[in-house]
Design a protein around this ligand. Structure first.
Ligand code: ADP
Ligand code: MG
Length: 550
């Protein structure tokens, strides 16, 4: 008997029965061109929806061989599937609901979609199996599976126009990666192509602002980089210390925010396809109230009143300056190569101490060594800094490059800045090497993991605050970070390996097995997004129960 008939009979048989009868749906159903796989059946119509996947031969196997083309193709197909997936109300609770991961403008590896070398694509999603009260609605289930799901799946087979759009999608991703991969060879940490449109249409959407002033690099800082089929011209941000200055509302933070997403590719039309930064670009800010677990912040603070140690420093309630000092040290521990800072979200006393303050309070009585005294040492050690500056003029003297934004147009004011800068702040001593940290095992189960938005993820009894971790993309990303922590504690943290080695091990496993390795279920959920080590480390560092064994 063919599967279509078999499924029809099954649904007729369980129609009107109590909800658990849906368990018989588990398995693979070949419905014409589309295979529907029921991986996990929800316990009742109000519970988390059932996990399903579809498989269709889309004949795009040739793209699966090349990782860049594969990721671009997967992203393209997921967007098609999401656009074709329509929920219809089919009973009580979540009956009839169809939900898959809906990507923003960024392109990243996700468990929602996999392209295989044989040309099959697999898309994972969630469905509310229909019920009235707790009774199976067989006819509605038929409509859901055989019409709604099959319709969305058939949309994965591309017509000529869609094939063309896919080719453009792949070419765009390859171009972005070509740009990003050559940054280091050119001594650059970031690049903003001329013509980019950086601002978003509002604070809550990711759509580009329609009448944005297109980006144009100052002549003196322009670089030309080869890309497949041509070249790209734009602002090259060099290794070292770069400042973006200018009056309020002239577009400084907008540049910084675009760079904070530059480690990821963007869809064509986003306006930021020509904005790339190093893969290890980390945005940092002050975050008073956070916990800090045995971080050696002695480069920035020492000799605290009361003889309290900063090597290492431990607190459940950090101040602005200690939180930002910890974030700096933690970012470098995880391997940051470009630090992004905005004066607006920084602790000023960590950034600078001006001449008058130095005269009033002698160095011996000030525990803080401000970043302005250390930033050149960080650059020499291989970590560049790009900072948006409004008021702290002492920074001009330590900058390699100073870019002024005027009416959203950048200009090179480095020479003028150095003229007014005066003496550069000097470090008090060599940059101390921070004490390494070894994470202690959790000593309990991770517990329930939940994330509603980008602001936090629940990890058992802990609420991990992610508000200051600005590079988290969405709720799925936050949820993935929770599972990355669970995975770390279950598989990798042994109370002996230092944290960077644990992060290396995580990267190696995800490289090898895909982000599915982090799935809490045996049949992977479609909600995982490949997490960078930096966000994993940031979440771990904000876990209030984190303990360090030295
Ligand atoms: P700053 O950090 O210098 O105060 P912002 O980057 O916050 O300025 O930008 C101020 C406003 O200008 C924001 O509403 C932003 O969307 C808008 N904006 C930024 N860049 C551009 C641009 N290139 N074209 C048009 N509007 C822009
Ligand atoms: Mg600003």
């Amino acid at each position: 008997m063919i599967d279509t008939e078999r499924l029809q009979r099954l649904l007729d048989r369980i129609d009107g029965r109590s909800y658990p009868a849906y368990r018989d749906l588990k398995g693979r159903w070949r419905l014409g061109e589309v295979t529907v796989v029921v991986e996990h059946v929800q316990g009742d119509p109000f519970a988390a929806p059932s996990r399903l996947s579809v498989e269709v031969d889309v004949g795009l196997g040739e793209h699966a061989e090349d990782p860049d083309a594969a990721e671009a193709t997967e992203d393209f197909l997921l967007r098609r599937f999401a656009a074709g997936l329509r929920s219809s109300r089919r009973g009580s609770g979540k009956s009839g609901q169809l939900r898959c991961y809906r990507p923003g403008p960024e392109i990243c590896e996700r468990s929602a979609v996999r392209l295989h070398v044989d040309g099959r694509v697999q898309v994972r999603f969630a469905a509310g199996l229909p019920a009235r009260g707790r009774r199976v609605l067989g006819r509605e289930a038929r409509g859901l599976l055989m019409d709604d799901v099959v319709h969305a799946a058939l949309g994965l087979r591309l017509d000529a126009a869609a094939q063309q759009a896919l080719a453009a999608h792949i070419a765009s991703v390859q171009r972005q990666r070509a740009l990003r991969r050559q940054l280091a060879d050119h001594g650059l940490v970031a690049f903003v192509e001329n013509g980019s449109r950086l601002p978003r249409s509002s604070g809550i959407t990711q759509a580009p602002l329609d009448d944005a002033v297109p980006f144009t690099s100052p002549e003196s800082l322009a670089v030309t980089l080869p890309v497949p089929g041509g070249e790209a011209v734009g602002l090259g941000i060099r290794q070292g210390v770069t400042l973006i200055v200018g009056g309020g509302f002239h577009g400084k933070s907008t540049v910084l925010q675009a760079l904070a997403r530059g480690h990821l590719d963007h869809v064509p039309g986003d306006g930021r396809e020509g904005v790339v930064s190093l893969p290890d670009t980390v945005k940092i800010r002050a975050e008073d109230g956070r916990s800090v677990a045995s971080v050696d912040i002695s480069a920035f603070l020492r000799d605290l009143p009361g003889g309290r140690s900063t090597a290492p420093f431990h607190t459940d309630d950090a101040s602005g300056s200690t939180s930002q000092a910890a974030a700096l040290v933690e970012a470098m521990e995880a391997g940051a190569r470009l630090l992004l800072l905005d004066e607006d979200t920084s602790a000023t006393n960590l950034l600078v101490r001006d001449a008058r303050m130095r005269a009033l309070i002698p160095r011996e009585r000030e525990p803080i060594t401000p970043l302005v005294e250390r930033v050149r040492q960080l650059a020499e050690a291989g970590t560049s800094t790009l900072m948006v500056v409004g008021g702290v003029g002492d920074w001009l003297a330590v900058a390699d490059t100073v870019i002024a934004m005027t009416d959203f147009v950048p200009s090179d004011v480095t020479a003028a800045a150095h003229e007014v800068a005066g003496e550069a702040a000097q470090p008090p001593d060599a940059l101390p090497t921070p004490l390494p940290r070894v994470v202690r095992t959790l000593g309990r189960e991770a517990g329930k993991i939940r994330a509603r938005d980008t602001r936090s993820v629940r990890f058992g009894d802990d609420d991990v605050d992610l508000i200051a971790v600005e590079q988290v993309l969405d709720a799925s990303h936050a949820w993935t970070l929770g599972h990355a922590l669970r995975f770390l504690f279950e598989e990798l943290v042994d109370g002996e390996r230092a944290l960077p080695a644990v992060l290396d091990a995580l990267d190696a496993i995800v490289d090898d097995e895909g982000v599915e390795a982090l799935s809490p279920f045996s049949s992977p959920s479609g909600d995982l997004i490949r997490p960078r080590r930096h966000e994993v480390a940031a979440a771990l560092n904000r876990l209030r129960s984190l303990r360090i064994a030295r």
